[in-house]
Design a binder for this molecule. Structure first.
Ligand code: SF4
Length: 477
């Protein structure tokens, strides 16, 4: 899938992409290895916190409260940010956001930008739009740099190059940085990236960042990261342009006390992110940091998600990626199968809601509903509940003529009548007879039902139903 844009409008469906990707044994090995390590680290640092469940509950409450009063907090953020010298722009969708950013970069007089890792800019495919406008973006996060130089796509929201191993990264650096003698230790690779990026940090005049949180109370913007490259992008350029989904707002600075404990532990198994940057507008003395600061607040269907009382909890997400690491489906297919920059369980609920549903109808089914994602989510998003809700919407959208919807409606009709239910049981026993082998198992079913027996056998129906057994013992029917 390298180089293919992760765009739900053009990507193959999840089952089609997954079928291809599960054949990539190297990718699966890389994903399993990386997610095993992160999960073990996460379990260790979460285990140190006796109040972890209380913290999760507080995190949930902060996010739910924010979504309830989102308009109030966004307006407060705009007021405070403007008072601190920032310029706030509102974008209703991805196209508007791209145009605003391109206009601002051009106005800054630069044909290059240094970028901090940002899923929001991935969501709107900003790099492609910048390049189309004659502006060269340079990713400065190590993993994003690997993706950019390799002509690849991110496969994880926290560790975008998680599907690559060290040897593969070395090959990309050797080729793209013209370093034929590059070693293969983590130190060698980090040094190569550092040298490559240093020149960009010192010469490019415009920076583009995402945001982890927007603080309404102060008008501040918070970015957390592990490498310090992000901080270079935030402080060295003359113009800084930040783009954030409107769901990134939190009411008070004090809320970060909770969220900055939950996020790093869930994301990478760290007690704290090595670099936590919070900036408010511009320095009034003009001596420190960028001279111009712009923030683009993007809706891009988030208010539509907010309207849905069951789906809205999706917006509570703080993008830690823990649900991806825990998901047995993601761990087999990797991120590219989801056809969107948001992969794994969060992608399976976020993408169908941000897009028109018909572009992502298979994603709510990309889950075994085992609940592992819900268990690790630091803000207690009930992902299985949202998945089932979205499956309902898919079935409603397809209408009666969809085979699955028709089958479900027929089963519903049978279940509503005892007489019909007993008749169906009798018919089922008769119909299965030629398919049952001598051990009492069915290894092949015809038509649509064959999907079940492709990978597992089915036990024959019992000769005596529970109802018959119950009535024989004098139980009321
Ligand atoms: S849904 Fe929860 S676990 Fe998944 S990325 Fe968002 S906050 Fe993290």
């Amino acid at each position: 899938m390298s180089g293919v844009a992760l765009d739900p409008k053009t990507a193959p469906t999840f089952p089609m992409a997954a079928k291809v990707l599960v054949g990539d044994t190297q990718m699966r090995k890389n994903v399993r290895h990386a997610t095993d390590i992160i999960q073990a680290k996460r379990a260790r640092v979460v285990g140190e916190m006796p109040d972890w469940q209380e913290l999760r509950e507080t995190g949930r409450r902060v996010r739910e409260h924010t979504m309830k009063f989102l308009d109030v907090y966004l307006e407060e953020f705009e007021r405070k940010c403007t008072a601190a010298g920032g310029v706030v722009h509102w974008a209703k969708d991805a196209d508007e956001a791209r145009q605003i950013v391109i206009g601002l970069v051009k106005a800054s007089g630069s044909h290059e930008v240094i970028k901090i890792k940002s899923m929001t800019t991935e969501e709107i495919q900003l790099n492609k739009a910048l390049e189309g406008a004659g502006i060269t973006p340079y990713e400065t996060d190590l993993a994003e740099l690997i993706i950019q130089l390799g002509g690849d796509q991110p496969s994880h929201i926290v560790v975008p190059a998680l599907h690559k191993n060290r040897q593969q990264i070395r090959e990309i650096f050797k080729r793209e940085m013209n370093l034929p003698n590059l070693g293969d230790t983590p130190q060698d690779l980090a040094d190569a990236a550092r040298l490559f990026l240093r020149k960009k940090f010192l010469t490019v005049k415009t920076g583009v960042s995402g945001a982890n949180f927007l603080i309404a109370e102060t008008g501040g913007v918070c970015v957390v990261e592990s490498e310090g490259n992000g901080r270079m992008c935030l402080t060295l350029p003359e113009t800084l342009i930040t783009i954030a989904g409107i769901d990134k707002v939190v009411p008070r600075l004090a809320d970060l006390e909770v969220l900055l404990q939950l996020l790093p532990r869930s994301a990478t198994g760290e007690r704290m992110n090595p670099y936590n940057s919070i900036w408010n507008g511009v320095d009034p003395r003009g001596v420190d940091g960028p001279k111009a600061f712009h923030i683009v607040l993007m809706d891009n269907a988030r208010t539509k998600v907010l309207e849905d009382s069951e789906g809205r909890q999706t917006l509570n997400c703080i993008r830690c990626g823990a649900c991806q690491n825990a998901c047995p489906v993601y761990r087999q297919t990797g991120g590219h199968a989801y056809g969107s920059v948001y992969a794994g369980p969060i992608g399976a609920i976020l993408t169908p809601q941000l897009q028109e549903m018909h572009y992502a109808q298979t994603l709510p089914y990309a889950s075994s509903l085992c609940g592992a994602c819900y268990e690790v989510c630091p803000v207690k998003i009930n992902i299985p509940e949202v998945l089932v809700h979205l499956r309902n919407r898919v079935v409603e959208q397809k209408g009666f003529f969809d085979p699955e919807a028709a089958a479900m409606k027929t089963v519903g009709m049978i279940f509503r009548s005892e007489r019909r239910f007993r008749a169906a049981q009798r018919f089922g026993r008769m119909a299965e007879t030629p398919l049952v082998d001598k051990d009492g198992w069915i290894g092949w079913l015809p038509g649509l039902l064959g999907g079940w027996t492709q990978v597992r056998d089915l036990r024959e129906m019992p000769k005596e139903t529970f109802r018959d057994w119950w009535e024989k013992r004098g139980g009321a029917s």
